[in-house]
Design a protein around this ligand. Structure first.
Ligand code: NAD
Length: 249
């Protein structure tokens, strides 16, 4: 069944004037970065609800930094997988306008995607909680924890924790992309984190087709998505790219 749906998706992508991808943690699972759902070492050890909220960070930055340090070494080792690479290639060939990602792992950029809207910010930089000065994460020593600014303020990764607002520019840009695309690929997201989960709804209301790529159905599948390509993101996206390439005009 997937084979026909992949052909149908490739055809829809070739016909659409504008295609946007919305990605979530699932696209990076095959790069070794666990999502919040499946079995994983990191989130079994650190409950996201205990470690990934802004209240937790402000009340005990040292504790939260022990998790961030472990996450940082996972991110450092990770490489883009075929799903990230397929999206970069589709953009390069003119079939994809942009990637809106909820991820903070920089893997779309590492794969070669040029237009990446980081809806939740990025792990590449740290920001001082007091003076707002930015630091490249790689250059900051993580001993002792938490790392501090020269003004003594605590440094926080420049991505949003649960309870923080979405960066304004990325939010506006993502809503605009969603509102004027003709097709949205929704890859590896459970679509429960708001307001990112509103983007497929905005696209649908504006007339776009919504096609999901996921191991399992989500809350979008029944009411919003036109269809779902069930399976691993790397396999599905590689097959989709092959199909688009095969019938390229
Ligand atoms: P989520 O963890 O809530 O859901 C992941 C989704 O991906 C699930 O629906 C799952 O079925 C699917 N999935 C898992 N492995 C897959 C695979 N190999 N192929 C296809 N689908 C797969 O993730 P979310 O919806 O992105 O929301 C969680 C929040 O936490 C987001 O803000 C997210 O960015 C953040 N987060 C980011 C990272 C990262 O940067 N890589 C990792 C963990 C969490």
């Amino acid at each position: 069944m997937n084979e026909n749906l992949i052909k149908k998706t490739a055809q829809a992508m070739r016909q659409a004037k504008k295609v946007v991808a919305l990605t979530g943690a699932g696209i990076s699972v095959e790069s070794g970065i666990p999502d919040f759902r499946g079995p994983s070492g990191l989130w079994e050890k650190f409950d996201p609800m205990e470690y990934a909220t802004i209240e937790a960070f402000c009340s005990n930055p040292r504790k939260v930094w022990t998790m961030l340090k472990e996450m940082g070494s996972l991110l450092e080792k990770s490489k883009p997988n075929p799903a990230h690479l397929a999206l970069a290639k589709l953009e390069q060939m003119g079939y994809l306008s942009s990637v809106v990602t909820q991820n903070i792992d920089n893997l779309h950029q590492a794969a070669g995607s040029k237009r990446v809207i980081e809806f939740h910010g990025s792990g590449k930089r740290l920001i001082c909680m007091i003076c707002g000065r930015m630091y490249e994460s790689q250059g900051v020593k993580l001993e002792p924890l938490p790392p501090r600014c020269s003004c003594t303020g605590v440094l926080k990764p420049n991505f949003v924790f649960f309870g923080e607002p979405i960066p304004w520019g990325a939010h506006m840009e993502a809503r605009e992309e969603a509102g004027n695309c003709e097709l949205m690929l929704v890859i590896g997201t459970s679509a429960v984190v708001s307001p990112a989960c509103d983007l497929p709804v905005i696209a649908k209301k504006a007339g776009a087709q919504i096609i999901e790529v996921n191991l399992e159905e989500t809350q979008l599948t029944r009411n919003i998505s036109n269809w779902i390509l069930k399976g691993s993101a790397s396999r599905i996206m590689q097959n989709l790219l092959d199909e688009v390439l095969e019938n390229k005009e």
